[in-house]
Design a protein around this ligand. Structure first.
Ligand code: NAG
Ligand code: NAG
Ligand code: NAG
Ligand code: NAG
Ligand code: NAG
Ligand code: NAG
Length: 509
């Protein structure tokens, strides 16, 4: 009896020791040879909730340059990503409709032939649809593929679902989802014969174009012609091709990068990314490099970016482009942000007599133009007067502004929230802009009775608040100290205007 009771703790201790050793050695990988190169059906991995490292790799490419795993996005969101390890850049992200939470133990499984990301509370966040496979692998190209044992053609590939980046040999087609910038404000889309950069408003319901490139040798009027598709080429260009019969392809246009003619050696990887400032840029990485180097951008001049100075901003071109605000009548101009918040709806509201406009103020400016007027809708005839141009916008609740050229009589209507306009030293270029009136600014329109009642109520509230403030102050102070500590952790990643310095030094050709 005595022996047995003494033995139990001893056995337990040995068991615990064995378990500790097993759990610390088993999942670790030692050396290149042991990196996970393939996931098979039945695979499950659980994210270490709140992990300090921003990326948790689960699967490696044979070259060891790319890994697929859990990625922390921003302060606390969780996503799946293919990560370029030398630069810590995610070349692909799953981008679930509602992101995961880094502080919760999300699970990635590969079961029944598809990859599934599950949140412990919210359920399935993301999964590979319409694809059944036996294994998951990451290729040297950074393509994440699901495939069957007996075929080489993948049943699902990340190349068909780009996020904000294209890489070499990835086909970008009319049916591919658009590239969406990380801040979700800009998109790069391919049409049948052209490619375009577009702003995303009202959750994607309005997508005005601010840059367009039509394939040089494609025939836009030839409806029987197959659609064009684009592909980044390792030699330093973005090619547009027509899929010909019999698997062949015909190149119909080329966007050449700065490095195309240089025959650069040591370039090991290229990408093309829809950046957060609305520009589409190509970058390359060299052997032993420290940073991405950009060798192409769709928009050369900072003032031609659609939101370079924010909403209701005015960009003054020059060697060092400057930002002012449209809302200041004097040109001394306060600096941006000129307008708080993003518009989430147009100025239309349903009233008693059908569609009405919500309240707005009007701002008029001279010497103002818009960078991308070629792609804006304009009134059909050129011979408009300034008053006619204004009236066309004033009475239409989907119109936010009109830009008029007194020389040509052209009138451009802005049927999306006003972003950055461009300064032009020409008094005949005038602009008319609507500014949504905030509810708090409606006070002057209240009836005298309402104003009197509000005044009395306010007095009562002031009295009550004063009484409450004294007792509430200590509690508030205590919470404030706690919060100050927390806010320091909410450090956001690199800002959207990371290459403003280089862009500012450029002038228009
Ligand atoms: C992937 O890259 C590694 C290292 O560069 C190389 O050894 C391997 O052959 C490559 N695999 C394929 C399929 O090209
Ligand atoms: C891209 O398209 C070309 C031509 O259609 C094709 O040969 C190639 O396999 C495609 N690449 C990928 C990664 O799907
Ligand atoms: C239209 O496209 C087809 C197929 O590419 C070509 O054979 C034909 O010549 C084109 N027609 C015109 C008018 O460009
Ligand atoms: C490019 O560089 C490679 C290696 O340095 C060389 O062999 C090749 O001839 C060069 N090509 C051209 C067109 O200059
Ligand atoms: C525009 O105005 C000019 C001069 O006022 C006139 O000669 C021309 O016919 C007008 N054009 C149209 C399309 O109304
Ligand atoms: C209002 O503007 C939109 C966009 O510019 C246009 O499609 C629509 O026809 C206009 N409505 C009226 C009543 O003019």
């Amino acid at each position: 009896m005595m022996k047995a009771t003494k033995g139990v703790p001893a056995i337990a201790a040995v068991l615990v020791a064995v378990l500790v050793v097993a759990s610390t050695t088993a999942p670790r990988v030692r050396g290149e040879d042991q990196l996970v190169r393939q996931l098979s059906n039945g695979f499950t991995a659980t994210h270490a909730a709140g992990a300090t490292s921003a990326f948790e790799p689960l699967l490696y490419a044979p070259s060891g340059v790319f890994a697929f795993g859990f990625l922390r996005v921003g302060a606390a969101s969780l996503d799946l990503a293919v990560f370029h390890l030398p630069s810590s850049f995610p070349v692909w992200r799953a981008t679930p409709a509602s992101p995961g939470d880094w502080s919760r133990p999300a699970t990635l499984t590969f079961d029944d032939g598809s990859l599934v990301l599950t949140d412990p509370d919210a359920g399935v966040l993301w999964r590979t649809l319409d694809a059944i496979g036996d294994t998951v692998a990451l290729l040297n190209t950074s393509n994440l593929i699901v495939r069957r044992y007996d075929t080489s053609v993948p049943t699902w590939q990340s190349f068909d679902h780009p996020s904000d980046t294209l890489v070499v040999d990835q086909n970008f087609t009319v049916s591919s989802p658009p590239l969406i910038s990380g801040n979700r404000r800009f998109a790069f889309r391919l049409g049948k014969t052209f490619m375009a950069l577009q702003m995303e408003f009202y959750g994607g319901r309005s997508t005005p174009t601010y840059w367009r490139h039509t394939a040089l040798e494609a025939q836009p009027q030839n409806a029987t012609e197959p659609p064009v598709y684009g592909r980044l080429d390792g030699r330093g260009f973005f090619g547009l091709y027509l899929a010909g019969g019999g698997g062949g392809e015909q190149k119909v246009d080329t966007l050449s990068f700065d490095t195309f003619v240089q025959n650069l050696t040591g370039v090991v990887f290229r990408r093309m990314t829809m950046d957060d400032d609305g520009n589409l840029r190509a970058y390359y990485w060299t052997d032993g490099g420290k940073d991405w180097i950009s060798d192409y951008k769709a928009i050369a001049d900072r003032c031609e970016l659609p939101t370079s100075c924010g909403a209701y901003g005015l960009c003054v071109p020059g060697a060092a482009a400057q930002c002012q605000c449209l809302l200041d009548s004097d040109t001394a101009g306060t600096s941006p942000p000129c307008h708080a918040g993003e518009e989430t709806a147009d100025l239309c509201a349903s009233g008693a007599d059908g569609v009405e406009q919500v309240d707005f103020d009007v701002v008029r400016r001279t010497r103002v133009s818009v960078a991308y007027k070629e792609v804006l809708p304009s009134l059909e005839t050129t011979n408009k007067t300034e008053a006619e141009c204004e009236a066309a916008c004033a009475g239409n609740c989907s119109c936010w502004g009109a830009v008029y050229n007194g020389e040509s009589g052209y009138c451009y209507l802005i049927d999306f929230p006003v972003e950055t306009m461009v300064y032009e030293a020409d008094d005949r270029k005038v602009g008319y802009f609507k500014v949504r009136r905030l509810p708090s600014m409606k006070r002057s329109r209240m009836s005298p009775a309402v104003i009197a009642a509000t005044a009395v109520l306010s007095l009562v509230l002031v009295g009550l608040t004063a009484a409450g403030v004294c007792s509430g102050y200590r509690l508030w102070e205590r919470r404030r100290r706690k919060r100050a500590g927390m806010e320091q952790e909410l450090v956001v990643g690199p800002g959207p205007y990371k290459d403003l310095k280089t862009m500012g030094s450029l002038t228009k050709p």
